[in-house]
Design a protein around this ligand. Sequence first.
Ligand code: PMV
Length: 322
Amino acid sequence: MEVGSSTVAYASGKVILFGEHAVVYGQPAIAIPVTQVKAQARVEAGSESQGITIIAADLGQSYSLEQAPPDDALLAIVVSTLEHIGVEKKQETFATLSPGLTITVSSTIPMARGLGSGAAVSTAIVRALGKHFENRMSPQAISNLVYETEKIHHGTPSGIDNTVIAFEKPVYFIKNQKVKIFSVKRPFLLAIADTGIASPTRIVVSDVCRAWEREREKYEEMFDEIGTITEMGRQAIERGEIETMGQLMNENHRLLQLIGVSSPELEGLVEAARQGGAMGAKLSGAGRGGNIIALVTQETRSRVEMMLRLAGAKDVIVTEVG
Ligand code: PMV
């Protein structure tokens, strides 16, 4: 480690195309990276300092290892990464690490909107520490480390966020199975529109879990249907059948409504996108708030974007997939 050196790394956001919620119950889901929004982590080694300091620039917070609460997600990822790299064996010795490390994080990914902000910040930290200590980590190793901190954010995460963000590729994901990276035959455009409402994934996921416990059969049927849609979605993407994809997005949204994770604001944006000419639209991520995604073309994108903004979207990003 070089004193006075500074290393920067980034990680993209993500959206789920198909399969959210059902993925927690063992069904497949498809997610893609969104490179227009990013988390950044900078690691600096200072000769004057000792121990570890974390600066969360967007929140205006700065704290040392000893000051952090035990469930602090930033601290958790820093400690587990340093242990993984083998910088020190035990967390207690990090307090006297010399030269000290300052880790500054910032992000343009809105928090709690289904864009993977927590996993992206953690991934940027792992990458920056890996670069700093010249330790090459595979995307799977990065994903595994980030998954542990996702539990702090999400409770019982399926692992899709850390996987798509660490691999930076479209992924077909089934919990506890080796991830499949798949090819996109014909690139397509997605408009991602933000309700502006923060919706913690942990709460929505536990509400769905309670509903499933009350009506197991009904919920499992819906999860199965979503699984089938996701599988068909993958085939449509691999074959370049974009219109089919749009229909499948609409179908997936209908099932998410039935599961109980939509909201008036999400409905308003989905409706606006369809009226604007989108080939399909659905909520994306945990639901209740956060984002919707709409399948658009070069011809429809500006009209859809206008309709989304008129319907109250706080932000609209158009991203190309493939
Ligand atoms: O982080 P979000 O809001 O994109 O939600 C993750 C998707 C869920 O399927 C609802 C939860 C999970 O862990 O997969």
